[in-house]
Write a protein that binds this ligand. Structure first.
Ligand code: AMP
Length: 529
């Protein structure tokens, strides 16, 4: 049958089979809990309220929320009615937030009231937004025009609102990802892509997500759909535990223990923080899977979880453009008899490609063999891989002849395990969020005393990578470090500022005069360790 693959079907299935399953969310004022049945009624009420506001099939609805029950309601309430769920990264600098809201053309925004102060400064620049739905109790900072109280609005919505039939290739969501330089680039997800991606999260070769799980996405719901977990978790009838505003390691540990979490997902920084907490406060957990991705998981971290805490650790790789899960590191049967150290090297690889996708390694236009030695750029194809950036000329550099060029350089071994060795994208990933080294360099070089500046990412024990800036001054010029930091602070969020600025005589260069950043990265790799 040519049944279209729609998000609505995931929702309907979950409502039919798991009406009594729970969604638990940490909020600003304690825990919120309700059943799928109550969730379902409110989700339809939200869709109905959006329809009354004039939202139609294909319209974009932006969310500016933590991982909470409101976000969960938008996750299905927006796409099931045919609108497009645009999850906005609350950590971006305000001008980039304004850019992506305008570029996506969001007609409605759903905003956590406590986050409104981040949007308020750019309110006047938002050209497409007609209505703002505010979640949580009223605040003195609330906007006055075109703002609605979320609860009041959905109270008048229809809990039986009927969802339309749609084309499975219709867009259901979008997420912007940082670029090497310039504004973020938009990735659009289709119903079909997310439907298939959700299915794969249930495979035993990947996460084996099932109705016996209680799942906790620590990865933000504004970051590639929290790796697709909310969609799959609801479909499969998992208990869903949402960590709410700015969760700290102690909060996460308590949540895991109290709610019997079996599978949680986050970047290495999250798992490092949690390991410290677990060390200090040994706590019995039911965790059967510590899912880690977004940056390479260090072997030592995997060992800590597996050998010290006896918690199975699952390393996964993906990107915004791949919906995101593209590969997962699980053992093949013949690995089971290997010594722990050899198993560890399999577990710390980026793993095997998820069924349904195709991968090749490319260097200088040639395909490379999978010999575990030769490294080239990973190029990926498949039903949940994006084929362009939304209305963006930069698409041509990344999507070539039907392949996504990931910008990640890897070797693939004879067994098919991916080992990422480098990144061609000149960006730094700190605690799961991107920082553009090129933008920082350009900002530094705009200072009249600066001749050259190079910014590189160096390993950091907590944040995985942090930016370090190198500055060459013009002859006879002087400038204080603090003056340069002040200059950068006008354009970058605080967490994007370099950890240090070092004055050097010359930036090392390649034979053709390009910055040889690899040399600086190598020389200073222990600077922040
Ligand atoms: P994003 O689009 O923000 O999710 O970032 C995707 C990028 O993060 C990838 O292209 C990689 O550079 C990096 N990344 C994600 N997962 C891993 C991993 N498991 N190991 C190494 N790098 C990773």
């Amino acid at each position: 049958m040519k049944t279209p693959l729609l998000l609505r079907h995931l929702f309907d299935y979950a409502m039919t089979y798991f009406p009594n399953q729970e969604i638990v969310s940490r909020t600003h004022h304690g825990m919120h809990r309700y059943t799928y049945e109550e969730y379902g009624a409110r989700t339809r009420q939200l869709s109905s309220a959006l329809a009354k506001l004039g939202v139609e099939v294909g319209d974009r609805v932006g969310t500016f929320l933590w991982n909470d029950q409101y976000h969960m309601e938008a996750y299905f309430g927006v796409p099931a009615m045919g609108a497009v769920l645009h999850t906005i990264n609350i950590r971006l600098p305000a001008d980039q937030i304004a850019y992506i809201i305008n570029h996506a053309g969001d007609r409605v925004l759903i905003v956590d009231r406590t986050l409104w102060p981040l949007l308020a400064p750019v309110r006047e620049q938002l050209t497409s937004v007609e209505a703002i739905l505010l979640t949580g109790p009223p605040q003195s900072t609330d906007p006055v025009s075109n703002a609605y109280d979320y609860e009041t609005l959905i109270a008048e919505g229809d809990p039986h609102f009927a969802y339309p039939d749609l084309d499975e290739n219709a867009p259901m969501g979008m997420c912007y990802t940082s670029a090497t330089t310039g504004n973020p680039k938009g990735v659009v997800y289709s119903h079909r892509g997310i439907y298939l991606h959700s299915l794969t999260l249930g495979l035993a070769n990947t996460l084996a997500l099932s109705m016996q799980d209680a799942t906790l996405p620590v990865v933000p719901m504004f970051h590639v759909n929290a790796w697709g977990l909310p969609f799959a978790a609801l479909w499969f009838g998992c208990k869903i535990v949402l960590p709410g505003p700015a969760p700290q390691p102690k909060t996460l540990l308590d949540l895991m223990a109290e709610e019997g979490v079996t599978l949680a997902a986050g970047v290495p920084t999250v798992w490092m923080g949690l390991a410290k907490e677990l060390e200090a406060q040994p706590t019995p957990l039911k965790l059967r899977a510590a899912v880690c991705g977004g940056s390479a998981a260090p072997e030592a971290l995997i060992r800590t979880y597996e050998e010290r805490f006896h918690i199975p650790f699952i390393h996964a790789y993906g990107m915004t453009e791949t919906s995101p899960i593209a590969s997962v590191a699980r053992l093949k049967s013949h690995h089971q008899s290997l010594p722990a150290s050899e198993q560890l090297s399999v577990k710390s690889s980026q793993g095997l490609l998820v069924p349904g996708l195709t991968i090749r390694l490319e260097r200088d236009g040639q395909d490379l063999p999978w010999d575990g030695e030769q490294a080239g750029e990973m190029c990926i194809q498949g039903p949940w891989i994006a084929d362009e950036y939304y209305r963006d000329e930069r698409s041509a550099a990344t999507f070539i002849d039907g392949w996504l060029h990931t910008g990640d350089v890897a070797a693939i071994d004879k067994e098919g395990y991916i080992h990422i060795v480098d990144r061609t994208k000149d960006v730094i990933k700190s605690g799961g969020e991107w920082i553009s080294s090129v933008d920082l360099e350009n900002a530094l070089m705009a200072h009249p005393a600066v001749f050259e500046a190079a910014v590189v990412g160096v390993p950091h024990p907590k944040w995985d990578e942090r930016p370090l800036a190198f500055v060459v001054l013009k002859d006879g010029a002087t400038v204080d470090k603090s003056e340069l930091v002040t200059l950068l602070a006008t354009r970058f969020a605080k967490w994007q500022l370099p950890d240090d600025i070092l004055f050097i005589d010359e930036v090392p260069k390649t034979s053709v005069g390009k910055f040889l950043k690899r040399a600086l990265r190598e020389q200073y790799r222990n600077y922040l360790a």
